[in-house]
Ligand binder design. Structure first.
Ligand code: PGA
Length: 241
């Protein structure tokens, strides 16, 4: 795991965007694993800025998002499909047909999960996976547990995650309690992983991920076993390292 600490979130975002630019230039038909939440917002702004400067081209890219809330329509303002359209896809030249966010509204969610893994595989697997991290060290919506999950799954959200994300909904009751999420094994199959964390809220999770034992109680700790992980942190997120 290569850990880099930057002076602030903007410096982190610029560095992350450059990693995307390098990836797209090296492999124009890259399969990108994308993340939602507060953390990647600035990174997506920097990516859009590089795109507007002609420094990055997504014409041949494919993307797969980590997760989606169960029960939210794609046009719900808190759905992750909506987030991706607003924060990134509407501003770059990725082919909409090549962007994938799991469906949280299909009747047969088990089939959605199996089809998601199969689609990633048939596109050649994820080349670069962007991750945030939860305060409880979740990645995707793989919450602390007694085992590491395998493929894409229907995940139950924990109180910590519900408390962290309920602020985005009109009331906490509206916040979904489940999500479709790529599993830990799906994430670990990515060729390269870029994890970003900002703010002191994430410092404990980062310290446990980098220096703690590998345990499903700290889902991100599994990344110690991946041979191509880059971690970009602001000073606050790195404060317990
Ligand atoms: P955040 O979420 O970026 O909104 O803090 C990160 C995560 O839960 O993975």
């Amino acid at each position: 795991m290569k850990v880099h600490v930057f002076k602030d979130s903007q410096a982190v975002a610029k560095a992350a965007a450059m990693i995307f630019a390098a990836q797209m230039s090296e492999k124009p038909d890259s399969v990108l694993g994308l993340a939602t939440g507060a953390t990647p917002v600035e990174t997506y702004k920097e990516i859009i800025s590089l795109y507007n400067d002609g420094q990055i081209d997504f014409a041949k890219a494919h993307s797969y998002n980590l997760d989606e809330y169960i029960g939210l329509e794609p046009d719900h303002p808190q759905s992750y499909r909506y987030f991706m359209q607003e924060q990134l896809f509407n501003h770059i030249n990725i082919d909409p047909q090549n962007t994938h966010v799991p469906s949280g509204i299909a009747r047969d969610l088990a089939a959605v999960c199996a089809a998601y893994d199969a689609a990633i595989k048939s596109d050649g697997g994820i080349d670069l996976q962007l991750l945030g991290i939860g305060k409880n060290a979740h990645i995707g919506f793989n919450e602390p547990s007694d085992h590491f999950s395998k493929g894409t799954l229907v995940a139950d959200l924990t109180e910590s995650t519900i408390n962290a994300n309920a602020k985005f909904f009109d009331s906490a009751d509206e916040m979904p309690r489940q999500a479709v999420s790529m599993g830990i094994a799906s994430i670990m199959k990515s060729r390269k992983i870029l994890l970003i964390a900002l703010g002191e809220d994430k410092a404990k999770a980062i310290s446990d991920m980098v220096n703690g034992p590998i345990t499903p109680q700290v889902p991100a700790s599994i990344l110690q076993l991946h041979d191509n992980v880059i971690v970009l942190l602001d000073k606050a997120a790195a404060s317990l390292l």
